[in-house]
Design a protein around this ligand. Structure first.
Ligand code: CA
Length: 235
């Protein structure tokens, strides 16, 4: 596997061809048809790069681009805009909004694959550089939302990863549910703060599965949570 690509394209034929070519090159490609599906999907799924059509039902590609490049957005995926609109103004606006490249339709799928490779080479740091051990034993890889304890993958969802990373980045510091909610959702809240508790519960269960007896997150009654490894294996 060489990367996760999200194809946002409302035309079935184009989407199918892109998916086919990317899969042949070893990419995991997922396709969404509507613009308004993109941000919710990226909150839950990893993507290294988004192939983004501009004219989409629900939400336009330029609006998606703008939302993705806001600080604290759902994803830091690279963006290649694909569109039949050839106006210079759209091209410039897309790049101004933070797109990494631009491809005009009609395009050859081979050209798209070549651009995808080039953009990923440019934008994706080698995993080794990016891995961060935030405390003894815990390894976090932000671009893949991967968390491992002593080499054993915890299998966290994107939201669980953001929650654990927020805590582990500052061991010992107490975070309120409010602060953790912001870390989880990048400011746009749609859920109650009880969901913090349920995500913490799931993270704890996943840690217990790979490292019985180890606790990483401590509840501070009435205040919030903090990262504090405990247990025999954690010492
Ligand atoms: Ca379209």
């Amino acid at each position: 596997m060489t990367g996760h690509i999200l194809i946002v394209e409302d035309e079935d034929k184009i989407a199918a061809i892109l998916r086919d070519y990317l899969a042949r090159e070893g990419y995991a490609a997922h396709r969404l048809r509507r613009g308004d599906e993109v941000l919710p999907w990226l909150r839950e799924n990893p993507a290294d790069l988004v192939l983004l059509d501009l004219m989409l039902p629900g939400l336009s590609g330029l609006e998606i681009c703008r939302a993705l490049r806001k600080p604290g957005s759902a994803s830091s995926a690279a963006i290649i805009i694909t569109t039949a609109r050839v106006e210079e103004v759209d091209r410039l606006l897309g790049l101004e909004l933070g797109a990494d490249d631009y491809i005009c339709k009609p395009f050859s799928p081979r050209e798209v694959v070549a651009r995808v490779k080039a953009v990923l080479r440019r934008t994706r740091p080698p995993a080794a550089q990016e891995e961060m051990a935030s405390a003894s034993g815990l390894m976090l890889v932000p671009s893949r939302w991967q968390a491992a304890w002593r080499g054993r993958d915890l299998g966290l969802t994107a939201i669980e990863f953001r929650l654990l990373k927020q805590l582990a980045d500052q061991p010992g510091q107490i975070f309120s549910r409010d602060q953790l909610m912001d870390a989880m959702h990048g400011g746009d809240r749609i859920v109650s703060d009880r969901t913090v508790d349920s995500h913490i519960k799931k993270i704890r269960r996943k840690i217990a599965e790979v490292a019985p007896g180890v606790e990483l997150i401590r509840s501070m009654y009435g205040v919030g949570y903090k990262y504090e490894p405990r247990g025999t294996e954690a010492m």
